[in-house]
Design a binder for this molecule. Structure first.
Ligand code: ADP
Ligand code: MG
Ligand code: MG
Length: 500
């Protein structure tokens, strides 16, 4: 009987597909009554596959050195057993947006006054943003030009259940993580569907191929090539301990294997100790010339425990090495700028094409600065409809629910200045569906929601745009009752999509 009900549910699912309904339902929704033996087998196969294919992260609970020494203390990355169903039309929409956001970031980054003005009130109350803006104004002061500009971005979306709109959560311009592991999850899901096809009845080809790691490596290699010194290195700026190092190693190894470009890993403190700027702008680290600096650290105040790290950030910014991101690209990815760009007539300042502007605007959720006292009032009355966001990255910093009310009331008392540290955003509610989330070798069936990230690369040298592409995707799935979504922060698991 369990198997007949399984088929029944899947028929319903097939019907939905042909109607191309914009619902986010996961193939797993058909598997409520999956034979427990098959489920166990799938989980087991997935765990073996992950271990054999490098879908792994460091595991601090078993080995102290797991964040510093590769090959020591590893565990499979947390993943969803099967992909999330996602409407093909929304997938295409998200892919189409990638080159538009790339171009937008580039244009905004060139408008130093817009960045400074938009962030001026945030600067007064947020010490971290203040330091970043100081570096930015120093560069404006010396009229520093970045002729070769490289962006490796990831724009994140959720599909709003009620309106069926694809809405942007945020645009990451620094340290977009998981280009390496996300490719592997897509492959894992294809493998599982392929080899259990007759039991599951799904078509592995409907999991879109994910080339994030090769395309990011290609972008880095092309940037390195533009720098045009075959002896120069790519430097990846890292945290001293990094449990997600394999994601980074996938990228650097691909760069080495395909393009014979060598990467060195340095913390900001090491760059401060070993770095040297030649009069012509050449950056040497440990005596070695650096062509491209790729940041996988430096996006949070925790990465700057002392003045040494800030000195390093300034040093690299002053150099003629290609920064991914430059300070301007970094600031363009802040939540405050996201909110400013969503105001009426602001996109028009940066882009000419009306179609492009309306495509971008269509994915903007409600975003407000806290000057808007009527919105603040609404948020105090109905905090569950909003997310309160400070200028932070890396997950775990946003404020939800009753805490929104509490903080807003407190900030209003302390004086309105402090409000400028935050933006308010419409809370998006994606459709929840059943999923098997696998962590530490154990699966849990949960009601889950997902966030789709689209990687993109942009490279230009003066007037020549060398690359402006969508580059694969990341899906993160979390228990629907959880607010935040970070994988490294422990809220979510890696996932992929199944197009319908
Ligand atoms: P960060 O830069 O720290 O990743 P995000 O803006 O992406 O900041 O927020 C972190 C997480 O919080 C997201 O991955 C998502 O799960 C959740 N989140 C953020 N904004 C919203 C929103 N408007 N509606 C619903 N969930 C949100
Ligand atoms: Mg995010
Ligand atoms: Mg972010």
């Amino acid at each position: 009987s369990s198997s007949s009900s399984f088929h029944l549910k899947c028929e319903t699912f097939e019907e939905k597909e042909t109607q191309d309904e914009a619902t986010s339902m996961r193939p797993m929704a058909c598997l409520h009554n999956i034979n427990p033996k098959l489920l166990q087998q799938l989980v087991y196969d997935a765990l073996v596959w992950s271990s054999l294919h490098g879908l792994v992260v460091g595991d601090r609970s078993v080995q102290k050195r797991s964040g510093t020494v590769p090959g020591v203390g590893m565990v499979h990355a947390p993943f969803a057993l099967l992909p999330m169903s996602f409407p093909r039309s929304h997938w295409q929409q998200a892919c189409e947006l990638a080159p538009l956001f790339n171009e937008l970031v580039d244009r905004v980054s060139l408008d130093g006054k817009f960045l400074q003005d938009s962030l001026s009130r945030t600067k007064k109350v947020d010490a971290f943003t203040h330091r970043l803006l100081d570096i930015h104004s120093k560069m404006l002061g010396i009229n520093k030009k970045e002729e070769i500009r490289l962006g490796l971005h990831r724009s994140d979306y959720m599909l709003d259940a009620q309106t069926k709109l694809l809405l942007q959560i945020e645009l990451n311009t620094i340290s977009s993580s998981f280009p390496g592991l996300s490719c592997l999850v897509s492959e894992l899901h294809r493998y599982l569907l392929d080899h259990n096809g007759k039991h599951l009845g799904f078509d592995p080809k409907r999991v879109p191929g994910n080339d994030a790691v090769s395309q990011y490596a290609e972008a880095l290699a092309k940037a390195w090539n533009e720098y045009n010194n075959s002896r120069a290195f790519v430097m990846i700026v890292v945290q001293a301990e990094e449990l997600n190092m394999y994601d980074q190693h996938w990228l650097c190894t691909t760069l080495k294997e395909r393009y014979d470009v060598t990467t060195i890993r340095r913390t900001l403190a090491e760059i401060d100790a070993e770095g040297e700027l030649l009069p012509d702008g050449t950056l040497l680290v440990g005596g070695q010339e650096i062509a491209v600096i790729y940041f996988r650290a430096g996006y949070t105040p925790n990465d700057y425990p002392s003045e040494s790290e800030w000195r390093a950030r300034l040093l690299v910014e002053q150099s003629s090495a290609i920064k991914c991101p430059s300070i301007s690209y970094h600031l363009t990815g802040t939540k405050k700028i996201q909110q400013e760009l969503a105001k009426p007539n602001v996109l028009e300042r940066f882009l000419e094409n009306k179609d492009d502007i309306s495509k971008l605007r269509k994915c903007f959720a409600g975003l407000w600065s806290l000057d808007d006292s009527s919105v603040v009032k609404n948020a105090i009355e109905s905090p569950e409809l909003f997310v309160l966001k400070p200028q932070r990255e890396g997950g775990g910093n946003n404020i939800y629910g009753d805490n929104v009310r509490e903080i807003l009331l407190k900030l209003e008392q302390e004086g309105r200045e402090e409000l400028a540290a935050y933006i308010l955003m419409q809370r998006i509610f994606p459709t929840a569906s059943s999923a098997f989330l696998v962590r530490d070798g154990i699966y849990h069936q949960e009601n889950a929601i997902s966030e789709l990230g689209i990687y993109s690369a942009y490279l230009r040298n003066k007037e020549k745009v060398i690359m402006n592409d969508q580059c694969g995707y990341l899906v993160r799935t979390k228990v629907s009752s959880s607010n935040e979504g970070g994988i490294a922060a422990g809220y979510a698991v890696l996932d992929s999509i199944y197009l319908n």
